[in-house]
Design a protein around this ligand. Sequence first.
Ligand code: ZN
Length: 176
Amino acid sequence: KAQSPKPKAQSPKPKAQSPKPKAQSLNVMSDLRELYQEVILDHNRNPRNFGRLEDADLRADGHNPLCGDRLSIAVKVAAGVVTDVRFEGSGCAISQASASLMTEGIKGKTIADTRALFDRFRRLVTDQTAPPDDSLGKLTVFAGVRDYPARVKCAILAWHTLLAAVDDNQDPVSTE
Ligand code: ZN
């Protein structure tokens, strides 16, 4: 008897494969996108400044119920400058990577600079028409989030939590 034809591959591919774009410029865009994702995945796997911060001056907890992300952020401030910041929590890769990159980005900055950075970051992840902003440094990896409105809260949670800490317990004005 004739054998039945070979069954088609049954195990689904782990990743949907998108066709390779042909135009060179599109390849560059695609590579950039992958690079950005790699940065986010790296910070999710190996979060920087993760853990408890003893003797923190400011603390706040944040929760994004839409996704289930939870963050606790602790900050040390001296003379209006963020001297140390750490976070703990669990959630999706975007929320954890955002917290990790935020802590890297604000250490050594003044509270005022941190607020300004948040304003620019919020524009990056919400405003479709925002021009490229080099001053955001590595935080620009989150630009793609603006195409996924449900993810904006994931990316911004760390910042809201940080600002809640700063606003609830304002460091006294420094007289240096
Ligand atoms: Zn999330």
